[in-house]
Design a protein around this ligand. Sequence first.
Ligand code: FE2
Length: 108
Amino acid sequence: MALVPRVLEARGLDATPPIMKKLKAVGDTGSVAVLEIILHDEIGHVAIGDHWFRQQCAARGLEPEATYLKLIDDFRAPRPQPPLHVEARRAAGFSAAELEVLSRPRKA
Ligand SMILES: [Fe+2]
């Protein structure tokens, strides 16, 4: 729940708008329309994962946002990289505070 919806699927939220912009620039409005639908649906996928992740954290007495970062490190998952699609991530359940942390540039 932490890593597939909140890392991998959430990455799609960030990656889709720049792809849409490029497709729009070359006049591929049909593909842009398809990606708009996919982006909308993906918010729902991430939101479902977010719901169950937070539910399972609550059941285990874990703080979800620290647990999310720990799981990313424990499983060597890719940490979200800015720029993030903050509006879509907020709609999917990420908190403003969490997004502020994830949006900070990381030191190498
Ligand atoms: Fe999905």
